[in-house]
Design a protein around this ligand. Structure first.
Ligand code: ADP
Ligand code: ASP
Ligand code: MG
Length: 442
């Protein structure tokens, strides 16, 4: 069995939907199809959730969502039937906007309309291409906790629900990104979460393969939008691909590979507009394991430097510092320490998996025992590869190449698969281009 996930651009227009439906139709083993909202729709829904919108702005956003979906529906054979199905969801969306709520729970229920609308249409496009898929409401299976905006899946419940709602031998179309908590409230898995949904479904149904169909032909050596010379990687290990996605490689949601790794599901990343191209296979053990395979970039990093002279030769400083951060639910990414100070990075990107709210309370609390310096507009660059901690001859050329740039923090040694450092955001893309030219060879 293959679980196939199609991202926003792969279902964003009628032609894209047709191409994706043909991919599904070409292999009867593709029996669980997971799709995202049509491209641009989740962004529109996020914009609609802003409290300061006036009615003109609201109607503009709703109009763009409606137009995008109608443009697809108008090219389908069953236009009338589809209009009805679409307007059922679209009216639901309008009604939802009239609720007062506007808290995180209300937002998740709002964002879910993107995937609900796209699947209502794609199920028909599949049918017109000879695939008789059952429309499955992901919320009946994808059970999560109640962390709205970034919900944590509850595996045991998902397994139980899948047994009830997914029958062997049948074909299903369902939504990525959305789930529901024990009370039945709609939740979401964080931006870009459809990849994660698909991997969880693949684990749950015991699929052999998980396919991630997107707008690029696989996992590239770096973001091809930043470096035009970047090229697709034929085969990469789970460990490397997981590091790449955590360190900013947007092609996969950071949590995607965990369920697939746990369940031994093979993963393929490929382009829905070039399906003959094999793309990238993510495997347990790759044939080639170069020390530097790829480079990733994660923007919007904040560096927190915490200094405390009182801590000289004292124990418990780090424990105290991390306790404060943990109490405020701030997750730390990188850490570098000296005797009396600690530097750590926090991910403040709007669509980060754990967006950090560095508020006055935290700073005040840390200020009671240490001097705190906050630096923003930084970016994290990671070299991704194999046995980096054991390979000699990387540091020299790397730091020579970085000579002209100010490197604020370096992390090396914790993971065999990455070496990363923090630079000024405005220089980051130039640095990635320069390093790609120097260190990545085909
Ligand atoms: P989808 O809507 O299919 O989920 P995304 O936009 O989320 O697609 O992810 C695909 C995009 O990820 C690509 O268009 C590319 O710009 C970006 N990207 C960033 N890093 C990489 C990388 N290392 N390899 C491939 N794509 C990458
Ligand atoms: N539609 C959601 C988003 O745009 C989920 C996804 O595309 O993976 O974030
Ligand atoms: Mg994505």
């Amino acid at each position: 069995m293959i679980v196939s996930k199609f991202g926003g651009t792969s279902v964003g227009t009628f032609d894209a939907m047709q191409r994706s439906a043909k991919i599904v139709a070409s292999d009867p083993d593709r029996r669980l199809i997971v799709i995202s909202a049509t491209s641009g729709t989740t962004n529109d829904l996020v914009a609609l959730s802003a409290s300061q919108l006036d009615s003109t702005q609201r109607e503009e956003l709703l109009g763009s969502i409606e137009k995008r979906h109608l443009a697809i529906i108008e090219q389908c054979k069953e236009e009338e039937k589809l209009r009805d199905a679409f307007y059922t969801e679209f009216s639901g969306l309008r009604e939802h906007l009239d609720f007062v709520g506007r808290d995180k729970r209300w937002k998740d229920a709002l964002y879910a309309f993107g995937e609900l609308m796209s699947t209502r249409i794609f199920v028909e496009v599949l049918r017109e291409n000879g695939v008789d898929a059952k429309w499955l409401d992901a919320r009946n299976v994808m059970k999560t906790d109640s962390t709205f905006g970034n919900a944590e899946p509850i595996l045991a419940s998902i397994k139980k629900k899948a047994d009830k709602h997914i029958q062997v031998g049948k074909t299903y179309l369902t939504q990525g990104f959305i789930g529901s908590d024990v009370f039945g409230n709609t939740t979401t898995l964080g931006r870009g979460g459809s990849d994660f949904s698909a991997s969880l479904f693949a684990e749950t149904v015991g699929a052999d393969t998980l396919e991630i169909w997107t707008d690029v032909a696989g996992v590239f050596t770096t973001d091809p939008r930043i470096v035009p010379d970047a090229f697709p990687i034929n085969e990469i290990t789970f460990d490397e691909a997981a590091e790449l996605s955590v360190f900013g490689g947007k092609v996969l949601h950071p949590a995607t590979l965990k369920p697939a790794m746990r369940a031994g599901v093979n993963v393929r990343v490929a382009s829905s507009s070039d399906p003959e191209n094999p793309g990238t296979y993510i495997v347990k053990d790759a044939e080639k394991k170069p020390p530097i395979r790829a480079i990733s970039l994660r923007k919007d990093q904040t560096l927190l430097t915490v200094n405390s002279l009182e801590m000289l030769h004292q124990h418990g400083f780090l424990a105290h510092l991390f306790k404060v951060l943990a109490e405020h639910k701030i997750s730390v990414d990188l850490v570098s320490t000296s005797e009396v100070s600690v530097a750590l990075t926090l991910d403040t990107a709007v669509n980060a998996a754990n967006k950090v709210e560095l508020n006055e309370d935290v700073l005040e609390e840390l200020g009671r025992f240490a001097e705190v310096i906050v630096e923003e507009e930084l970016a994290l660059i990671a070299l991704i590869g194999n046995d980096l901690q054991k390979t000699s001859g990387i540091g020299g050329p790397l730091f020579t190449a970085l000579e002209e740039y100010n490197v604020r923090l370096i992390c090396h040694g914790a993971s065999p698969n990455n070496l990363c450092f923090l630079v000024e955001q405005k220089q980051a893309e130039d640095i990635v281009r320069m390093l790609h030219g120097k260190f990545i060879t085909e």
